[in-house]
Design a protein around this ligand. Structure first.
Ligand code: UDP
Length: 240
Protein backbone atom coordinates (compact mmCIF):
# COMPACT_ATOMS: atom_id res chain seq x y z
CA UNK A 1 0.00 0.00 0.00
CA UNK A 2 1.31 3.47 -0.85
CA UNK A 3 1.76 5.88 2.05
CA UNK A 4 -1.14 8.28 2.46
CA UNK A 5 -0.44 11.97 1.92
CA UNK A 6 -0.32 13.87 5.20
CA UNK A 7 -2.48 17.00 4.88
CA UNK A 8 -2.21 18.47 8.35
CA UNK A 9 -0.81 17.65 11.77
CA UNK A 10 -2.60 19.23 14.71
CA UNK A 11 -2.02 18.94 18.45
CA UNK A 12 -4.16 15.82 18.88
CA UNK A 13 -4.65 14.40 15.37
CA UNK A 14 -3.00 13.90 11.98
CA UNK A 15 -5.16 14.20 8.87
CA UNK A 16 -4.36 12.19 5.73
CA UNK A 17 -5.88 12.25 2.25
CA UNK A 18 -7.48 8.99 1.02
CA UNK A 19 -8.23 7.63 -2.45
CA UNK A 20 -11.66 9.27 -2.11
CA UNK A 21 -11.25 13.08 -2.20
CA UNK A 22 -14.42 13.54 -0.14
CA UNK A 23 -13.05 11.41 2.74
CA UNK A 24 -10.05 12.01 5.06
CA UNK A 25 -8.35 9.74 7.58
CA UNK A 26 -7.90 11.23 11.07
CA UNK A 27 -5.26 9.50 13.24
CA UNK A 28 -5.70 10.32 16.93
CA UNK A 29 -2.43 10.86 18.85
CA UNK A 30 -1.43 10.22 22.47
CA UNK A 31 0.17 13.72 22.57
CA UNK A 32 -1.46 16.14 24.99
CA UNK A 33 -1.14 19.92 25.11
CA UNK A 34 -2.69 22.58 27.34
CA UNK A 35 -2.56 26.34 27.81
CA UNK A 36 -2.15 27.01 24.06
CA UNK A 37 0.55 24.29 23.81
CA UNK A 38 2.74 25.79 26.56
CA UNK A 39 2.33 22.52 28.50
CA UNK A 40 3.08 19.34 26.56
CA UNK A 41 2.98 15.66 27.45
CA UNK A 42 1.72 12.22 26.51
CA UNK A 43 -1.31 10.37 27.79
CA UNK A 44 -0.78 6.65 27.09
CA UNK A 45 -3.71 5.17 25.15
CA UNK A 46 -5.38 8.57 24.60
CA UNK A 47 -5.50 8.23 20.81
CA UNK A 48 -7.40 4.95 21.04
CA UNK A 49 -9.66 6.14 23.88
CA UNK A 50 -10.62 9.47 22.27
CA UNK A 51 -11.16 7.93 18.84
CA UNK A 52 -13.35 5.13 20.22
CA UNK A 53 -15.33 7.51 22.42
CA UNK A 54 -15.82 10.11 19.68
CA UNK A 55 -16.98 7.40 17.25
CA UNK A 56 -19.53 6.12 19.81
CA UNK A 57 -20.88 9.65 20.42
CA UNK A 58 -20.94 10.57 16.71
CA UNK A 59 -23.00 7.42 16.04
CA UNK A 60 -25.45 8.37 18.82
CA UNK A 61 -25.76 11.94 17.55
CA UNK A 62 -26.26 10.80 13.92
CA UNK A 63 -29.00 8.41 15.10
CA UNK A 64 -30.69 11.42 16.73
CA UNK A 65 -30.54 13.40 13.46
CA UNK A 66 -27.39 15.51 14.04
CA UNK A 67 -25.20 15.58 10.89
CA UNK A 68 -21.57 14.66 11.74
CA UNK A 69 -18.41 14.08 9.68
CA UNK A 70 -18.05 10.50 11.02
CA UNK A 71 -17.79 7.67 8.45
CA UNK A 72 -16.21 4.71 10.31
CA UNK A 73 -13.14 3.54 12.24
CA UNK A 74 -10.68 1.35 10.28
CA UNK A 75 -8.47 1.05 13.40
CA UNK A 76 -8.71 1.78 17.14
CA UNK A 77 -7.11 5.22 16.79
CA UNK A 78 -8.16 5.88 13.17
CA UNK A 79 -11.34 7.55 11.95
CA UNK A 80 -12.50 8.10 8.40
CA UNK A 81 -14.33 11.41 8.20
CA UNK A 82 -16.05 13.42 5.50
CA UNK A 83 -13.91 16.32 4.25
CA UNK A 84 -15.36 19.64 5.41
CA UNK A 85 -14.47 23.30 5.06
CA UNK A 86 -13.91 24.08 8.72
CA UNK A 87 -15.70 27.11 10.20
CA UNK A 88 -12.87 28.76 12.20
CA UNK A 89 -14.91 28.97 15.41
CA UNK A 90 -14.57 26.94 18.62
CA UNK A 91 -18.09 26.62 19.98
CA UNK A 92 -18.08 26.32 23.77
CA UNK A 93 -21.10 25.09 25.72
CA UNK A 94 -21.26 25.55 29.48
CA UNK A 95 -23.77 23.84 31.75
CA UNK A 96 -21.77 24.51 34.92
CA UNK A 97 -19.22 27.30 35.48
CA UNK A 98 -15.58 26.13 35.32
CA UNK A 99 -12.24 26.98 33.72
CA UNK A 100 -11.81 30.27 31.90
CA UNK A 101 -15.40 31.37 32.66
CA UNK A 102 -14.61 31.42 36.40
CA UNK A 103 -11.25 33.14 35.81
CA UNK A 104 -12.74 35.82 33.56
CA UNK A 105 -16.01 36.55 35.43
CA UNK A 106 -15.56 35.58 39.09
CA UNK A 107 -18.49 33.13 38.84
CA UNK A 108 -17.85 30.38 41.42
CA UNK A 109 -16.73 26.96 40.17
CA UNK A 110 -19.79 24.71 40.03
CA UNK A 111 -22.41 27.46 39.49
CA UNK A 112 -25.28 26.01 37.41
CA UNK A 113 -25.89 27.90 34.17
CA UNK A 114 -29.53 27.83 33.14
CA UNK A 115 -29.96 28.25 30.20
CA UNK A 116 -26.56 26.80 29.22
CA UNK A 117 -24.10 29.32 27.78
CA UNK A 118 -23.09 28.98 24.12
CA UNK A 119 -19.95 30.99 23.36
CA UNK A 120 -17.77 31.45 20.29
CA UNK A 121 -13.98 31.65 20.15
CA UNK A 122 -11.92 32.50 17.07
CA UNK A 123 -9.95 29.33 16.23
CA UNK A 124 -6.48 30.78 15.81
CA UNK A 125 -3.56 29.84 18.09
CA UNK A 126 -1.62 33.00 17.11
CA UNK A 127 -4.29 35.04 18.91
CA UNK A 128 -4.83 32.45 21.68
CA UNK A 129 -8.35 31.42 20.50
CA UNK A 130 -10.03 34.61 21.81
CA UNK A 131 -13.72 34.88 22.73
CA UNK A 132 -15.50 36.74 19.90
CA UNK A 133 -18.79 38.62 19.74
CA UNK A 134 -21.32 37.93 16.97
CA UNK A 135 -20.42 41.33 15.50
CA UNK A 136 -16.77 40.33 15.29
CA UNK A 137 -17.71 37.02 13.63
CA UNK A 138 -19.44 38.96 10.83
CA UNK A 139 -16.77 41.67 10.60
CA UNK A 140 -14.10 38.95 10.25
CA UNK A 141 -16.34 36.97 7.85
CA UNK A 142 -15.86 33.78 9.91
CA UNK A 143 -19.49 32.76 9.29
CA UNK A 144 -22.76 34.27 8.04
CA UNK A 145 -25.68 35.13 10.38
CA UNK A 146 -27.60 32.13 8.97
CA UNK A 147 -24.66 29.83 9.70
CA UNK A 148 -24.29 31.20 13.25
CA UNK A 149 -28.02 30.61 13.88
CA UNK A 150 -27.78 27.06 12.50
CA UNK A 151 -24.64 26.36 14.55
CA UNK A 152 -26.29 27.60 17.75
CA UNK A 153 -29.45 25.55 17.14
CA UNK A 154 -27.41 22.39 16.42
CA UNK A 155 -25.15 23.08 19.40
CA UNK A 156 -28.05 23.35 21.87
CA UNK A 157 -29.52 20.12 20.48
CA UNK A 158 -26.12 18.37 20.78
CA UNK A 159 -25.84 19.61 24.38
CA UNK A 160 -29.30 18.26 25.27
CA UNK A 161 -28.43 14.86 23.76
CA UNK A 162 -24.93 14.63 25.29
CA UNK A 163 -26.04 15.82 28.71
CA UNK A 164 -28.73 13.16 28.89
CA UNK A 165 -26.38 10.48 27.58
CA UNK A 166 -23.60 11.30 30.07
CA UNK A 167 -26.14 11.44 32.90
CA UNK A 168 -27.05 7.81 32.06
CA UNK A 169 -23.32 7.04 32.32
CA UNK A 170 -23.14 8.59 35.81
CA UNK A 171 -21.14 11.54 34.45
CA UNK A 172 -21.95 15.26 34.64
CA UNK A 173 -21.24 17.15 31.42
CA UNK A 174 -19.85 20.41 32.80
CA UNK A 175 -18.75 22.08 29.54
CA UNK A 176 -17.31 21.18 26.14
CA UNK A 177 -15.94 22.53 22.87
CA UNK A 178 -17.12 21.49 19.42
CA UNK A 179 -16.29 22.56 15.88
CA UNK A 180 -18.35 22.61 12.71
CA UNK A 181 -17.61 22.50 9.01
CA UNK A 182 -19.48 22.93 5.76
CA UNK A 183 -19.93 19.96 3.43
CA UNK A 184 -20.03 19.97 -0.39
CA UNK A 185 -23.79 20.67 -0.28
CA UNK A 186 -23.36 23.73 1.97
CA UNK A 187 -24.72 21.89 5.01
CA UNK A 188 -23.36 22.64 8.51
CA UNK A 189 -21.88 19.41 9.92
CA UNK A 190 -20.36 18.57 13.33
CA UNK A 191 -16.62 17.90 12.95
CA UNK A 192 -13.48 17.40 15.06
CA UNK A 193 -13.97 15.19 18.17
CA UNK A 194 -15.87 14.82 21.44
CA UNK A 195 -13.64 13.32 24.13
CA UNK A 196 -12.18 13.94 27.62
CA UNK A 197 -9.74 16.30 25.82
CA UNK A 198 -12.60 18.56 24.76
CA UNK A 199 -15.18 18.11 27.55
CA UNK A 200 -15.16 18.69 31.32
CA UNK A 201 -16.63 15.52 32.79
CA UNK A 202 -17.28 14.99 36.51
CA UNK A 203 -18.12 11.69 38.21
CA UNK A 204 -21.72 12.36 39.27
CA UNK A 205 -21.38 10.19 42.42
CA UNK A 206 -18.24 11.93 43.65
CA UNK A 207 -18.29 15.25 45.55
CA UNK A 208 -14.54 15.55 46.14
CA UNK A 209 -13.40 18.32 43.74
CA UNK A 210 -10.26 16.42 42.67
CA UNK A 211 -11.56 12.84 42.66
CA UNK A 212 -14.59 13.79 40.53
CA UNK A 213 -12.48 15.11 37.61
CA UNK A 214 -12.45 12.61 34.70
CA UNK A 215 -11.08 14.82 31.90
CA UNK A 216 -8.10 16.80 30.64
CA UNK A 217 -8.10 18.98 33.78
CA UNK A 218 -6.25 16.02 35.40
CA UNK A 219 -3.42 16.72 32.90
CA UNK A 220 -3.74 20.54 32.96
CA UNK A 221 -3.62 20.69 36.78
CA UNK A 222 -1.33 17.67 37.39
CA UNK A 223 -4.02 15.82 39.37
CA UNK A 224 -2.55 12.37 38.55
CA UNK A 225 -4.08 9.17 37.09
CA UNK A 226 -4.93 10.85 33.78
CA UNK A 227 -4.93 7.54 31.83
CA UNK A 228 -7.15 5.87 34.45
CA UNK A 229 -9.72 8.67 34.26
CA UNK A 230 -9.83 8.63 30.44
CA UNK A 231 -10.25 4.84 30.41
CA UNK A 232 -13.02 5.05 33.04
CA UNK A 233 -14.93 7.54 30.92
CA UNK A 234 -14.59 5.28 27.87
CA UNK A 235 -15.78 2.22 29.83
CA UNK A 236 -18.85 4.11 31.08
CA UNK A 237 -19.62 5.50 27.61
CA UNK A 238 -19.31 2.12 25.88
CA UNK A 239 -21.61 0.55 28.49
CA UNK A 240 -24.42 2.95 27.48
N1 UDP B 1 -11.69 23.46 25.21
C1 UDP B 1 -11.08 22.72 24.19
N2 UDP B 1 -10.12 23.31 23.43
C2 UDP B 1 -9.73 24.60 23.60
C3 UDP B 1 -10.35 25.35 24.63
C4 UDP B 1 -11.31 24.75 25.41
O1 UDP B 1 -11.42 21.56 23.99
O2 UDP B 1 -8.87 25.08 22.85
C5 UDP B 1 -12.72 22.84 26.04
C6 UDP B 1 -12.22 22.58 27.46
O3 UDP B 1 -11.72 21.26 27.57
C7 UDP B 1 -13.49 22.74 28.27
C8 UDP B 1 -14.31 23.77 27.51
O4 UDP B 1 -13.80 23.76 26.17
O5 UDP B 1 -14.21 21.52 28.31
C9 UDP B 1 -14.25 25.16 28.08
O6 UDP B 1 -12.89 25.53 28.23
P1 UDP B 1 -12.48 26.92 28.90
O7 UDP B 1 -12.92 28.04 28.03
O8 UDP B 1 -12.95 26.93 30.30
O9 UDP B 1 -10.91 26.96 28.79
P2 UDP B 1 -9.78 26.32 29.69
O10 UDP B 1 -10.17 26.48 31.11
O11 UDP B 1 -9.71 24.89 29.24
O12 UDP B 1 -8.59 27.14 29.29
Amino acid sequence: MTALQKLYEGKAKILYATADPTVLLACYKDDATAFNAQKRGTIAGKGRINCTMAAHLFRKLEAAGVPTHFVNCPGPDEMLVRALTIVPLEVIVRNIAAGSLCKQTGLALGTELNPPLVEFCYKNDDFGDPLVTEGRIYAMKLATPEQVREIETLTRRINDLLREFFQQCGITLVDFKIEFGIDAGGRIVLGDEISPDTCRLWDAQESDPVARVLDKDRFRQDLGNVEGAYQRVLDKVLAN
